[in-house]
Design a protein around this ligand. Structure first.
Ligand SMILES: [Fe+2]
Ligand SMILES: [Fe+2]
Length: 218
């Protein structure tokens, strides 16, 4: 790898260096989409200039992209995200990004103090869940997902069992958002990246195009 400028492009290069799984890459992209939107919103809350706004939003996006970059190679709770954090530190990635990434793992012992860290925790499980809800729609489209359908699926214990509902609820709470507002916000963010996420309504495409995270029906 050449010189790192800690851009979104550098983050993507690092992510694909460590990750082959299509579903994990799509998870990273989905969390990135939600994080970018939260970063933009936070920038406007803080009244930042256009340049600062772009830069803050990029920090949020990078954090989303990289939060699970070590997961495929180092999936155990002893390793993820600790190994990834070491690699990021060695490469000189900003502390605020590393701290937020450590904070998304409840067991890391790193508290979520920044808005960045709280946003990552709030978006991580939710982005996975929204993807799962989209993939059981006949259209496999995020445009067919809404707050009501997400809330309904959250109550369905058999659906996307790997997703911790209480983390979704706690994440929105930590961020100071009503759950429905946060869900709606993340649906909108994922819709604006629907093509990259393969959630634009790909039912007509060959099944090899998409690796579903979770499907309860054929
Ligand atoms: Fe993770
Ligand atoms: Fe994740």
């Amino acid at each position: 790898m050449g010189a790192i400028n800690y851009t979104r492009g550098d983050a993507w290069a690092l992510l694909i260096e460590y990750t082959q799984s299509t579903s994990l890459l799509k998870h990273a992209l989905a969390v990135e989409a939600c994080m970018g939107a939260h970063g933009e919103q936070q920038a406007s809350v803080l009244g930042l200039s256009a340049d600062q706004q772009t830069s803050l939003s990029e920090t949020y996006r990078i954090t989303g992209l990289l939060h699970d970059f070590d997961y495929e190679k180092y999936p155990s709770a002893e390793q993820h995200p600790f190994v990834g954090n070491k690699i990021l530190a060695q490469q000189g990635w900003p502390e605020e990004i590393r701290e937020a990434i450590m904070g998304h793992a409840q067991y890391s012992g790193v508290a979520r103090t920044s808005h960045l860290a709280k946003a990552l925790f709030a978006c991580d499980e939710l982005a996975g869940f929204l993807t799962a809800v989209a993939l059981v729609k006949p259209t496999k489209s995020i445009f067919d997902v809404n707050v009501a359908s997400v809330r309904k699926k959250m109550k369905d214990k058999g659906f996307a069992r790997g997703v911790q509902r209480e983390d979704i609820v706690a994440g929105a709470h930590e961020l100071g958002l009503e759950l429905d507002v946060h869900i709606d916000f993340c649906i909108a963010a994922m819709r604006s990246h629907a093509h990259a996420l393969g959630l634009h309504g790909s039912a007509a495409l060959p099944p090899s195009d998409v690796t579903p995270i979770s499907r309860s029906t054929g």
